[in-house]
Design a protein around this ligand. Structure first.
Ligand code: 3E9
Ligand code: MG
Ligand code: MG
Ligand code: MG
Length: 365
């Protein structure tokens, strides 16, 4: 097969970190997957070699070990849905059927005692995850987590509609879909649980805090698109990835599309760093921890992304970098030309007084 585009060392200003119990967390996740029988035997055999527990240990390097384990099991479960249902299964070609199946799962998440999906491995796994989320968080955090799961599900139904017709969404639609279909937002409540706090709603829903969390999702999913392009473009059937979107809609070669995607994620990374610094200036201890965790989340996905067998695929080696760069290819602080997210660059550059924000996102200073 023709070699694909080479992914260069990507820019990260973030330091690596990992939970000291990472090996144990990773081993226990494999046991959890077997206990609940997540995915087909073939899929499960693959998933348990992919260091998914190590990834969770990188997201919560200083967090509670029990929550890092919970997060690890949850990410493995998500791959059971994303790989098993959406990308490799029949359901992923039938948005209507997929919407029904995902709604049923959500009901089990909301009401674990509901007599539904009684012999279903993903439902059993979700029941277990739900009970553990209850143990480490408040009822409001459990609801928040399930709502985030719903937004992830909604976006994979949209993705399934494109899979069915073989169409490629334009960059703005893809960006909007990707803010959710990479399942990045379902991890956010776990960042709070990992350190045993609850953000006040006016902090979490502050427009600038939303912007910084969305920018983190953007960087994580663009990085994933770069690191998983080899795996995805060589798999049988349909795939959706920013490199493909840029080739299709902008007429770029694969190498040019990779360069453009790197430029976009660098600009989002620069924006994330600046906005996070600004928010840290007058953040509560809880918000400070949350902003720190967002950095670990991005860096953890980067370290995991260039090392996991999921992406390196040694039998057909992916042209991935083994190191990172400390300078962006592009220092521009101009908004990306993507209407759904250009507003991130409108956030105030200085603290807007003593309150967290007025919720409009407009500068008051
Ligand atoms: C990611 O997109 C799909 C999610 C279900 C993966 C689970 C990971 C997280 C919840 C944390 C976010 C981390 C990322 C996006 C790496 P995609 O492109 O289907 O993932 P793939 O691994 O197949 O490239
Ligand atoms: Mg996917
Ligand atoms: Mg995938
Ligand atoms: Mg991917």
């Amino acid at each position: 097969m023709e070699p694909g585009p080479i992914v260069p060392p990507i820019f990260t200003p973030l330091a690596p970190a990992i939970h000291p119990r990472h090996a144990r967390i990773d081993a226990q996740t494999a046991v959890w997957a077997e206990t609940f029988g997540i995915g087909s035997p073939r899929l499960r055999k693959r998933l348990v070699t992919q260091d998914i527990g190590t990834f969770a240990a990188r997201i919560l390097p200083e967090g509670r070990e029990e929550v890092a384990r919970l997060l690890a099991d949850f990410v493995l479960w998500l791959f059971g849905v994303d790989d098993g249902y959406c990308e490799e299964g029949e359901l992923g070609h039938d948005p209507g059927e997929l919407a029904g199946a995902l709604h049923r799962l959500l009901r089990v998440g909301q009401n674990p005692q509901a007599p539904m999906l009684v012999d279903d491995a993903l439902a059993d796994g979700l029941r277990d995850l739900r009970l553990r989320v209850d143990e480490y968080g408040t009822p409001a955090q459990t609801t928040r987590w399930l709502d985030a799961l719903r937004e992830y599900f909604f976006s994979v139904v949209w993705e399934a509609a494109h899979r069915r017709t073989g169409t490629v969404p334009d960059l703005n639609d893809y960006t909007l879909m990707r803010l959710y279909d990479g399942a990045t937002t379902v991890v956010l409540p776990m960042l709070e649980l990992g350190h045993g706090y609850e953000l006040r709603p006016e902090e979490r829903d502050d427009t600038a805090v939303r912007a910084v969390a969305e920018a983190a999702s953007f960087v994580i999913t663009w990085d994933n698109d770069l690191f998983s392009h080899h795996k995805e473009s060589r798999a049988d059937g349909y795939y959706l990835n920013v490199v493909r979107v840029l080739q299709h809609h902008e007429g770029l070669t694969p190498d040019e599309a990779v360069a453009r995607a790197v430029n976009q994620r660098d600009r989002a990374m620069v924006l994330f760093t600046r906005l996070r610094e600004r928010l840290l200036e007058d953040a509560s201890p809880e918000l400070s921890q949350y902003l720190t965790s967002l950095g670990h989340y991005i860096r953890g996905a980067q370290d995991w992304g260039i090392t996991s067998l999921r992406y390196t695929t040694p039998d057909d080696p992916a042209p991935l970098p083994t190191v990172f760069s400390d300078t962006p290819t592009e220092g521009s602080d101009e908004p990306l030309d993507i209407p759904a997210v250009a507003w991130w660059w409108d956030m105030p550059r200085t603290p807007a007084g003593t309150h967290v924000g007025d919720g409009t996102g407009l500068a008051t200073a």
